[in-house]
Design a binder for this molecule. Structure first.
Ligand code: TMP
Ligand code: ASP
Length: 241
């Protein structure tokens, strides 16, 4: 099949740009170095972040596909861009947590760093102006963002992704602390994983030192931000048993 050609910019977000192509079913997703935190209150750049996130996401999507998790990934186009399937995105951020940190600690006062008795799945409405409020399944169904069957599939996939990636990262000396996913509908209506999986959207702690290897280094001004992104890329690409 001939390669789709880049056309108009469709959408520019805080960390990515999506382009149309001459194939109506295929988009191009390009990763930027721009970084924001706290609803865009803090702005900056992380050198080569876009290159790292493109490679890490491409690798993880391919890995998940091998476990029969449907994703929007088609193939890598360049150092910062990938071809993706056009999805009708569901405006929900699905967060899965294995270890207590971040907003979980702020909201509920759970002890920082505590391994959770069981993973916690949360939903947030993707709406910057409303500061991405937390919602539950009833909100999603009642507001018509997804139907019951789709929601069940999103839950099933998110739990599976957690199990598969937890083990993937542990074998690379990282704890998968928590992460955020976004889903959409492919043209046949099937629920597919979209967006990205990267140090922007996951928390990784080194197994031995508990050192943070993700965007929290930027959010919390911990320094060595670029180095952490490079380290995650190196470990993700590593072949282990
Ligand atoms: P939180 O503890 O701040 O709620 O974050 C939970 C996870 O979701 C963490 O891995 C970071 C990720 N995340 C995003 O990808 N985008 C966001 O806008 C936020 C707030 C969190
Ligand atoms: N990306 C989000 C924002 O800028 C927040 C975050 O990742 O912490 O609002």
């Amino acid at each position: 099949m001939k390669e789709a050609k880049k056309k108009n910019k469709l959408y520019e977000g805080k960390a990515k740009i999506v382009y149309e192509t001459d194939n109506e079913d295929i988009y191009i997703q390009e990763f930027k170095d721009d970084a924001t935190a706290g609803d865009g209150a803090k702005k900056g750049k992380i050198k080569s972040k876009g290159i790292v996130n493109n490679q890490v996401s491409g690798h993880l999507f391919t890995y998940l596909e091998s476990y029969h998790v449907p994703t929007h990934f088609i193939k890598t186009l360049s150092d910062r861009a990938m071809f993706i399937k056009k999805l009708e995105m569901i405006p929900i951020e699905v967060v899965m947590r294995n270890i207590a940190t971040g907003s979980l600690v702020k909201r509920y006062g759970v002890e920082e760093g505590k391994e959770l008795e069981q993973p916690i799945l949360e939903y947030y409405l993707k709406d910057d102006a409303k500061h991405d409020p937390m919602i539950n399944e009833d909100h999603i169904l009642s507001f018509g963002h997804a139907d019951a069957e789709e929601l069940k599939q999103i839950q099933r996939l998110t739990k599976k992704i957690n199990a598969v990636l937890k083990s993937f990262f542990y074998r690379r000396n990282m704890l998968l602390v928590d992460f955020k996913l976004e889903y959409g509908r492919y043209k046949n209506g099937k629920i597919c994983l979209g967006d990205e999986i990267s140090p922007d959207t996951c928390r990784f702690w080194d197994v031995e030192t508990n050192e943070k290897l993700d965007k929290d280094r930027f959010r919390q001004d911990l320094g060595k931000v670029e180095e952490a992104y490079q380290e995650v890329l190196k470990r993700v690409l590593k072949t282990v048993n």
